[in-house]
Design a protein. Structure first.
Length: 506
């Protein structure tokens, strides 16, 4: 009996430190890193913001503040919520102008540091203001009749919607082209048709790749691909671009072969840069389709999925700001579609990635640490409405310019990683997709990011086949031409059918 007691107490003595160590790791250690397959970048790297220089001409009517790493600060109550110091973004009504907004800002001793005339956009600096003060100023500004919307210039440490996949090259069969009913001879549709420019808003595309035609490559340095913030994902944008627009003589077929690409970096940038880049593509490069593979970090998405009002309000604010920009572009008669990946925060991934939070976290500690007071329970799946900065847009004309794309596998099943819910418009193959990598190599990847360019490429094809189509027409054709549904009783989405869409477009 004494020996048994000794062993029992020995076990207890060994288990207790292990539990304490586990509690420390999962309750505090994960606080400093995003709870996804992605580590937040080191913002002390000074050369990480070199891309901002491309919008630096303050003598024009199109420029934004040229931020450095010192300009990125964190909210006082949580170091993960980052924004551009002292900076607010404003969109204003058509009956106002630059001077009107400047006068509106004068009582705050604020100064305009960014201006995009085409979309009624102002970026302004408010000296010595903390996060709470900036939020209060945004609320006051929105009360003025000449202000459409005002928001803090958040810095988005964005994970790309991608998962790596290892597949034996001998098994390659391009199943996904059969799945989407891709025509045998695409050249018959686009021969002698005007070319359509496509935007890839992602990690920068490798413009040196011999199979890609990046028409704005002179506006960024390809060495940016070696940027420490981007390098872990530097193949992502190139892979997406290959699916969408690779040359017709490469080993990975493209949906719209030889299309001209406009590339810009969406990884780890401020909202102001996002707005500038998207507007630049549409206004200055006549891009008809923009492919986006970006999303919120999981602590925001899961917070909103769990019903956290703060997280939902955060997403609503960004949605309304983007909506005001898109509405202005529509009003100025630009025809464009934004195709965006739905995200990979599925049931399977949530329970795998967030086990530490859900199983071991102490509620009192997490309530203090987590910005939206979450990770205290399990969820079945991540709601795709909360994965994107467009989720709460309700205006029909704006919604008609955005297509949200989920992923399926070769057996007509929803991909295990694809986010769910009614915000998804259509699905396309996203598992084991073979496409271009950097330095003219090829890679396999899986993710809603890989599904998205099948849809954006199809949208570009429709614009090419029938230049008279409006963006609303193109979205409607892509969705209505589908004859196959993917999903189950709870979630069911149309599957992309390229041939049927082309026939309708003609």
């Amino acid at each position: 009996m004494k020996k048994l007691l000794s062993k029992k107490w020995l076990c207890i003595l060994l288990i207790i430190p292990a539990l304490i160590l586990t509690d420390i790791i999962f309750c505090t250690g994960l606080y400093f890193f995003e709870p996804v397959n992605y580590n937040a970048p080191d913002l002390s790297i000074s050369d990480s913001f070199g891309l901002y220089i491309k919008y630096s001409d303050t003598s024009s009517s199109f420029y934004i503040k040229q931020i450095t790493h010192e300009d990125i600060v964190a909210a006082e109550f949580d170091s993960r919520l980052k924004y551009v110091d002292d900076t607010i973004l404003i969109t204003y009504t058509d009956n106002a102008d630059y001077d009107d907004i400047n006068n509106l800002l004068s009582p705050y001793d604020a100064s305009i540091c960014g201006y995009i005339e085409e979309i009624n956009f102002i970026q302004a600096e408010f000296p010595d203001c903390d996060y709470s003060t900036l939020l209060n100023i945004c609320s006051k500004l929105k009360e003025h009749e000449i202000v459409n919307y005002a928001i803090i210039d958040y810095f988005e440490e964005t994970p790309t919607s991608e998962e790596n996949t290892v597949i034996n090259e001998d098994t390659l069969d391009y199943y996904y082209y059969d799945l989407i009913n891709y025509p045998d001879n695409i050249s018959a549709y686009i021969c002698n048709k005007p070319s359509v420019n496509v935007g890839v808003f992602d990690v920068l595309v490798d413009s040196n790749n011999i199979h890609l035609d990046v028409i704005n490559k002179d506006s960024y340095d390809v060495n940016s691909l070696n940027n420490p913030l981007i390098k872990p994902f530097n193949n992502h944008g190139t892979h997406v671009a290959g699916i969408l627009a690779g040359s017709d003589n490469c080993n990975a077929p493209a949906v719209y072969p030889n299309a001209k690409i406009v590339s810009d970096n969406a990884m780890n940038n401020s909202i102001s840069y996002w707005i500038a880049a998207i507007t630049d593509m549409i206004v200055n490069y006549d891009v008809k389709v923009i492919n986006m593979s970006i999303g919120y970090n999981s602590y925001i998405t899961l917070s909103a999925t769990l019903g956290c009002e703060n997280a939902i309000e955060f997403i609503k604010n960004e949605s309304m700001f983007f909506s005001s920009v898109i509405k202005k572009l529509i009003k100025n008669n630009y025809e464009f579609l934004i195709c965006t990946a739905a995200g990979n925060d599925s049931h399977s991934n949530i329970n795998k990635i967030h086990k530490g939070y859900f199983s071991y976290g102490k509620k009192q500690l997490l309530d203090k640490l987590d910005i939206f007071n979450i990770f205290t329970e399990r969820v079945r799946y991540s709601d795709s409405r909360y994965s994107l900065p467009f989720s709460f847009i309700t205006e029909a004309d704006v919604m008609n310019r955005i297509i949200v794309v989920g992923s399926c596998d070769e057996y007509y099943n929803l991909s295990y990683f694809s986010s769910l819910c009614d915000r998804i418009d259509i699905v396309a193959p996203g598992e084991g997709i073979y496409s271009l990598g950097v330095e003219n190599e090829y890679e396999y990847m899986s993710g809603t990011s890989m599904a998205c360019p099948f849809v954006s490429g199809t949208a570009a094809l429709l614009f090419a086949v029938n230049p008279e189509l409006t963006a609303d027409n193109v979205k409607s054709i892509i969705i209505s031409s589908s004859i196959q549904k993917i999903g189950n009783n709870e979630f069911s989405y149309p599957l992309l059918d390229v041939t049927k869409a082309l026939e309708l477009a003609e």
